[in-house]
Design a protein around this ligand. Structure first.
Ligand code: THU
Length: 164
């Protein structure tokens, strides 16, 4: 038996204003997208903005449903649209802002497991890291250089191949 240790690291900025200007702009678009969330059930709003290598920004917000599991997270609304509209364009970064609607969330809110897995698929497909920048409504901003960094032991399509 041997023990393995997996470590991860990310940057924490004290506030939105400390981000490099392109990432500040991207986060502003995530915040604007968050305001379009349809979240009458959880009252928790999330916005995501994706920067593509062609300069396009794709945004999304969480879309809930009375049949709860039919709703979708902001990150997946955005990444699936990016994948559908620009299948051959590299995804560079995703900025995410999330907050409870009653009270402003001050902690950086990381993407849920299903969103990490979904974003990871595109990172794996394009063989290039996707930077993940996330925050609450205000407060610290966290930045991970890749999704692999936030999803250790991620499942990818190499496991589906029968000859390994
Ligand atoms: N949500 C997201 O949009 N992204 C996440 O990564 C976590 C959760 C949404 C789903 C649901 O509409 C609400 O936040 C509460 O879970």
């Amino acid at each position: 038996m041997k023990k393995l240790k997996i470590s991860t690291d990310f940057d924490v900025y004290q506030s939105l204003n400390d981000l490099p200007s392109d990432e500040f702009e991207l986060m502003q678009q995530a915040i604007e997208a968050r305001k379009q969330a349809y979240a009458p059930y959880s009252k928790f709003s999330v916005g995501a903005a994706i920067l593509l290598a062609n300069g396009e920004v794709i945004t999304g917000s969480n879309q809930e449903n009375a049949a709860y599991p039919s709703g979708l997270c902001a990150e997946r609304v955005a990444i699936f649209y990016a994948g559908a509209k620009y299948p051959d364009v590299q995804i560079l970064k995703i900025a995410i802002s999330a907050t409870a609607t009653q009270e402003r969330t001050v902690l950086p809110i990381p993407p849920c497991g299903a969103c990490r897995q979904s974003i990871m698929e595109y990172e794996f497909k394009q063989k290039f890291p996707i930077e993940i920048i996330f925050m609450g409504a205000t407060g610290n901003v966290a930045k991970s250089a890749s999704m692999a960094n936030l999803l250790p032991l991620g499942f990818d399509n190499s496991y589906l191949l029968s000859d390994i």
